[in-house]
Design a protein around this ligand. Structure first.
Ligand SMILES: NC(=O)C1=CN([C@@H]2O[C@H](COP(=O)(O)OP(=O)(O)OC[C@H]3O[C@@H](n4cnc5c(N)ncnc54)[C@H](OP(=O)(O)O)[C@@H]3O)[C@@H](O)[C@H]2O)C=CC1
Ligand SMILES: N[C@@H](CC(=O)OP(=O)(O)O)C(=O)O
Length: 343
């Protein structure tokens, strides 16, 4: 078994990591870290447990450690990070310099030229950037990132359509409140409301999607040249980001070809990977966050409403933002790191 730990284990994403790593077939969860305020406490006392299954017994009594390399046993091979991005940008390097491989969910450095930004079903070959990273930075460990949750919802669907030559993408999101963290959006702001702005989200979707769909060559990713425009909205759902996507192509496919491309989307043989990757709904009222966010155990991508437009194709896409969009994405990247021999 590969020994793993979670940096930021008491948070909303940290709790999803615990759900996914308990009884994992390849990973043994050894270490939980959090802030100074939680260090030294039992996990049960430190975490405000908010997910829909009990705290696993063997986790509840573990002592939470400081988020510092010298608090991690030497035989731990892989660390999952769900720290706030300002904290992550200060401490993730310390762990990598100390020789650990860090699979991070935090947004810092996703666009750095030598940091792999990976969705295993879409661009597993980008992991090879680790060689450039080690050469540039003199690291023994490695830092890899998964994308932003709205980006990871849309990109597997776009990757399936790449065969038709994507030229332009417009996307409008309806994002759940869990994306902003437990205390992120005030109930007085969001109940009976929608907020048509999420700071930094549109820029992340526009850039990260082009990096993910880009080609790796000469130790760098050439971003995909499609124009991507995003408009991001917060709505009062708990989990599950729903997105309306409009795509223009070099050669317009018909709706049957698009549905077939989604249904044939490449899967990957890793323990947390869903099969199929994309589930296509014919009912135009699906997918819906409450009904469909757990498709593929929360790791699947749900698509519906495929229609031809004057300029191309439109469809709706949904994924669970804290499973496929956060903890599940990092765990899948960890499984790919193990499979490809980087640990
Ligand atoms: N892929 C995606 O799109 C998504 C990414 N995220 C990202 O994941 C990260 C975590 O989000 P979320 O779980 O909602 O955040 P929370 O605020 O719920 O959890 C933060 C965690 O980090 C710990 N922490 C906070 N400050 C420090 C510090 N100075 N030193 C060490 N540990 C610290 C907290 O410990 P303590 O309990 O002791 O305070 C807690 O364990 C963020 O970067 C967020 O942006 C989130 C959702 C989706
Ligand atoms: N910003 C996303 C969640 C998030 O934390 O994204 P990122 O990992 O890019 O910071 C949301 O609000 O739904």
């Amino acid at each position: 078994m590969i020994q793993v730990g979670i940096l930021g284990a008491t948070g909303a994403v940290g709790q999803r990591f615990i759900q996914l790593l308990t009884d994992h077939p390849e990973f043994e969860l050894r270490v939980l870290t959090a802030s100074e305020a939680s260090a030294g406490e039992s996990y049960r006392a430190a975490a405000k447990w908010r997910v829909d299954s009990p705290i696993p017994e063997r986790v509840a009594d573990q002592t939470v450690r400081r988020t510092e390399p010298d608090a991690i046993p030497d035989d731990v091979d892989l660390l999952f990070s769900s720290l706030p991005s300002d904290v992550a940008s200060e401490v993730e390097h310390d762990f990598v310099e100390a020789g650990y491989v860090v699979s991070s969910n935090s947004s810092n450095e996703r666009r750095a030229t030598d940091v792999p930004l990976v969705i295993p079903e879409v661009n597993p070959e980008h992991l090879d950037l680790i060689e450039a990273q080690r050469a540039n930075r003199g690291w023994d460990g490695a830092l890899i990132k998964n994308p932003n949750c709205s980006t990871i919802t849309m990109v597997p669907a776009l990757a399936a359509l790449e065969q038709f030559g994507i030229e332009r993408v417009h996307v409008a999101t309806l994002q759940a409140v869990s994306g902003a963290g437990y205390s992120g959006v005030s109930s007085m702001d969001i109940i009976d409301n929608a907020i048509p702005h999420i700071g930094g989200e549109e820029e992340k979707m526009e850039a990260e999607s082009r990096k993910l769909l880009g080609e790796l060559g000469d130790g760098e990713v050439q971003y995909h040249d499609a124009a991507v425009t995003a408009s991001c909205n917060r709505i009062p759902t708990i989990d599950g980001h729903l997105e309306n996507v409009f795509v223009e192509f070099a050669e317009d496919p018909d709706t049957e070809a698009v549905a077939a491309a989604f249904e044939d989307a490449e899967t990957i043989d890793l323990p947390t990977a869903p099969d199929p990757l994309i589930t296509v709904f014919e009912d135009p009222e699906r997918p819906q966050p409450r009904l469909d966010r757990m498709v593929g155990d929360g790791m699947g991508i749900a698509v519906g409403g495929i229609q031809e437009t004057e300029t191309g194709i439109k469809f709706n896409v949904l994924a669970h933002n804290t499973i496929r969009g956060a903890a599940g994405a990092s765990v899948l990247n960890g499984e790919l790191l193990a499979e490809d021999g980087w640990l």
